[in-house]
Ligand binder design. Structure first.
Ligand SMILES: CN1c2c(nc(N)[nH]c2=O)NC[C@@H]1CNc1ccc(C(=O)N[C@@H](CCC(=O)N[C@@H](CCC(=O)N[C@@H](CCC(=O)O)C(=O)O)C(=O)O)C(=O)O)cc1
Ligand SMILES: N[C@@H](CCS)C(=O)O
Ligand SMILES: [Zn+2]
Length: 782
């Protein structure tokens, strides 16, 4: 006897990024739909077979997506905005990708890859349709397409994709449990296109579509369906709770033969758990990695007939599990509920971890024994499934797990007494600059002598395929370090010359040497490991390789100073030092789980503080510390915000307060809904903050206006997520709107974010226009 193992979802991208290459080739018109769909089918089959081979009892289907699973659901239920020209019936690939990436009106567009958003023609051009908005999926670095719903939104089943997936697996002889995103989470994540209505109100119209999907699944032989409602870990309104209750009462009644495994994940269900336990579903999945105390409530309150799926293997991190500790933790449930009522599962879908540790030939041997990627997590599930009823059959695996846990806890690689002492020595003086902002501003203005409405950019210039190829060639040993660096110097010099030529006031070196704004720093800091193949989907065909923070963090040597020094040597204009901040490095890495995130952040901050000091020492008058992920790293529950913001702001201070008052500290945030965190932004006290505002027509500045925020701000005037080149007038108009909210002396002129995902053909005219807009502003009254 053993407890059933269940998986909630497997990464879609392929262990060698097969999906990315198939998609980008299709978009570029280099291959056809058949080739793309064949690759997708092959990946699905490989994933199912792998899980079968690993002995997973409950294997998911419909966890695959060509681009994004939220988009898939919107398309499946016919929630397709009129602009995409869908006339009913099955939805073709071009419509699907138009929603994902925008469209130029041609069948596919030839651009190989996006930015944060769909990247093709935009409606502002007078042709084409913009992509749906994109935003991060809960607190992950995965981004989903935001469905757009109107008050009179009809829903209709365009294709039963869970059924298709179920049948595809069945044809391979694999019985699966299809996955579908739940209707309440779907509606909650959607955006209403009209004022004054809550998308959850559309539930009555959506439920019949689910009922049909479920009925067809049941008729085809499915016995269970996994319905994901990650909203169960959020603060829910009464209406949302009522919607959950209505949904599961209704679906249970219409298709009684299909058992629902309702899955909540990404945290503790907290006050939603008792209500979830009362829903008339056959099973409930709980995330016991992020919410271990839920076990007590399950023991006390789980109804007799309910099957519990215990999310005990971390689906959000890459550490090898402490299998013995997990078995001990769930033992009371095993003895009280019995094996037949339990399933052993990852905390959430494995979408958020890389696929296979075995591919990491370059990773240090000892560190490797501490890690588990998706494939290894399947093995861990199997051991737990057997071990939960009888440990004797898995003694070897349990001993190996224990050895890894003990070795990691006591390893000298993990602990560095100097780092711990430095964190312990953080004192109040490191938490603020010398003088208050206005006094610093006077000193900085005197030093920098910038014009009104100074122009700058956010840091990166296009990462052309030439840049990427050169880095890949260097990594493979095909070109020498000297040749690679000479290439980067040429790129940097050309960027500096061009910025001078077009008249930007504050220059950047262009970040050509960086593969990614986080990975680049991870590769240079002690306590970090980096991988070769451990890609994780960020959105669509864009993936990241998050660094692994395994030990105490320190900086062996300066990381960016030489590139800054070189760039500054080429010009009289100021060049900004360019760094990624600790909270962003933390949020976009796999972080050790044996130290608080606050302390890891402090350690990174102290390393960045040293880099800031070295840049200042080298002569940098301005240093930018990007905190792109500070806002998006907010905890899911409001009650946890203050603690997070306190240490996040403290970390920024630790980076920024070692410099003289004459040195101007910049920060940049590209996810900019600031209303709820404006106190924290003000407390950061950066001399200049650049933010994303162009799409919101400067409305995001309202938070700064009403707060009477005194420091300087660069509200983005150029939407870098679109290939479109903004006109001079548009940018002056946007700045005029900004002038209505802030004083002239506070304002900078810059794009929304870095330009790494854009092409030079777009960037050149856009920045020429931006400089012209700033010049025009200097002569214009408000
Ligand atoms: C700003 N964003 C970021 C997030 N997270 C990060 N860690 N970084 C970010 O910038 N989160 C939120 C947003 C949006 N998210 C993303 C995520 C990913 C990209 C992106 O452009 N990804 C690239 C990969 C970038 C990278 O690491 N490149 C490496 C390796 C490149 C490579 O594959 N080389 C090839 C050969 C190259 C060639 O021949 O052309 C190879 O090795 O085979 C590098 O540059 O060295 C992606 O392509 O997915 C953007 C925004
Ligand atoms: N300096 C970085 C910030 C991106 S959020 C860049 O320009 O790409
Ligand atoms: Zn940005």
């Amino acid at each position: 006897m053993s407890i059933k193992t269940a998986n909630l979802g497997f990464p879609r991208i392929g262990s060698h990024r097969e999906l990315k290459f198939a998609l980008e080739s299709y978009w570029a018109g280099k291959s056809d739909a058949t080739a793309l769909l064949d690759t997708a089918k092959k990946l699905r089959a490989e994933n199912w077979k792998l899980q079968q081979q690993k002995g997973i009892a409950v294997i998911p289907s419909n966890d695959f997506s060509l681009y994004d699973h939220v988009l898939d659901l919107a398309v499946m239920v016919g929630a397709i905005p009129a602009a995409y020209g869908w006339k009913g019936g099955p939805v073709d690939l071009d419509t699907y990708f138009a929603m994902a990436r925008g469209s130029t009106g041609q069948s596919h567009d030839g651009s190989t890859g996006g930015s944060h958003h769909g990247d093709c023609g935009h409606a502002h051009n007078g042709y084409g349709v913009p992509a749906l908005e994109m935003t991060k999926w809960f607190d992950t670095n995965y981004h989903y397409m935001v469905p757009e719903l109107r008050r009179d939104q009809p829903f209709t089943l365009t294709a039963n994709t869970p059924l298709e997936a179920f049948l595809e697996a069945k044809a391979l002889g694999i019985h699966t449990r299809p996955v579908i995103l739940g209707p309440v989470t779907f509606l909650k994540l959607a955006k209403s296109t009209e004022e004054g209505f809550d998308t959850v109100e559309l539930l009555d119209r959506l439920l019949p579509v689910y009922a049909r999907i479920f009925a067809e699944l049941s008729a085809a032989g499915a016995d269970w369906v996994q319905v994901d409602e990650p909203c169960l870990v959020l603060d829910l309104s009464d209406r949302e709770r009522a919607a959950l209750s209505q949904t599961y009462r209704a679906l249970g009644e219409v298709v009684p033969d299909l058992k629902i495994m309702l899955a909540g994940y990404f945290g503790d269900m907290g006050d939603n758990l008792p209500a979830a336990l009362e829903l008339p579903v056959a099973g409930l999945h709980v995330d016991l990695v992020r919410g271990p105390p839920q076990i007590e409530i399950l023991l006390e309150k789980a109804p007799d007939s309910l099957v519990l799926s215990l999310g005990v293997i971390d689906g959000r991190n890459i550490w090898r599990a402490d299998l013995n500790a997990i078995l001990n933790r769930i033992a009371p449930l095993v003895s009280s509920l019995g094996e037949h009522r339990l399933q052993i599962a990852p905390s959430c879908s494995l979408l958020h971890v890389p696929i296979d540790l075995e591919l990491e030939a370059g990773l240090d041997g000892e560190l490797k024994t501490w890690l588990a990627f998706a494939t290894q997590k399947l093995d861990e599930l199997s051991v737990l499934g057997s071990g939960a009823s009888d440990r004797s059959g898995v003694i070897g695996a349990l001993e190996a797990s224990l050895r890894a846990v003990v070795a990691r806890a006591s390893s000298s690689r993990v602990h560095d007494a100097r780092v711990a002492a430095r964190v312990a020595g953080i004192d109040g003086r490191m938490k603020h600059r010398g003088r208050a902002f206005l006094a610093r501003k006077a000193l900085q203005d005197d030093r920098l002598r910038l014009p009104l409405f100074p122009t700058t950019t956010i840091g990166s210039f296009p990462q052309t395929s030439e840049v990427r190829k050169s880095r890949a060639a260097y990594a493979k040993g095909a070109i020498s370090e000297a040749d690679y660096e000479a290439f980067l110097r040429r790129e940097t010099e050309a960027a500096i010359r061009w910025q001078e030529e077009i008249g930007l006031d504050v220059l950047v070196h262009g970040e050509f040497e960086r593969n990614d704004m986080v990975q680049y720093f991870g590769e240079q800091l002690s306590g970090f490991a980096f991988t070769q193949h451990a890609w994780v989907q960020s959105y669509g065909s864009r993936y990241v390789r998050p660094p692994i923070i395994f030990g105490d963090v320190s900086r062996p040597k300066p990381m960016t100073v030489e590139w800054w020094r070189y760039a500054q040597s080429l010009t009289e204009k100021p060049v900004k030092g360019m760094l990624t901040g600790p909270v962003t490095i933390l949020n976009w890495s796999f972080v050790r789980d044996d130290l608080s995130r606050a302390d890891v952040s402090r350690q990174i901050a102290l390393a960045i503080r040293d880099e800031v000091a070295d840049l200042e020492e080298a002569g940098a008058a301005m240093i930018q510390i990007d905190e792109a992920a500070l806002r998006e790293g907010l905890p899911l529950r409001k009650a946890d915000w203050k603690t997070y913001l306190d240490w996040a702001v403290e970390s920024f201070h630790l980076c920024a307060t070692g410099v003289a008052d004459e040195t101007q500290i910049h920060t940049h945030m590209c996810y900019s809904e600031f209303n709820q965190i404006i106190d924290a932004i003000a407390a950061m006290d950066a001399d200049v903050i650049s933010i994303e505002t162009s799409r919101s027509k400067m409305e995001l500045l309202e938070a700064f206006r009403s707060y009477k925020y005194p420091n300087e701000i660069g509200p983005g005037v150029y939407d870098i997520h679109s290939p479109r080149v903004p006109e001079v007038d548009e940018m002056t108009e946007l700045m005029q709107l900004a002038r209505g909210r802030l004083s002239d002396g506070q304002l900078w002129v810059n794009p929304d974010c870095g330009l790494k995902t854009r092409k030079w053909e777009e960037v050149r005219p856009a920045l020429v226009n931006m400089v012209a807009a700033a010049r025009a502003l200097r002569t214009m009254g408000q």
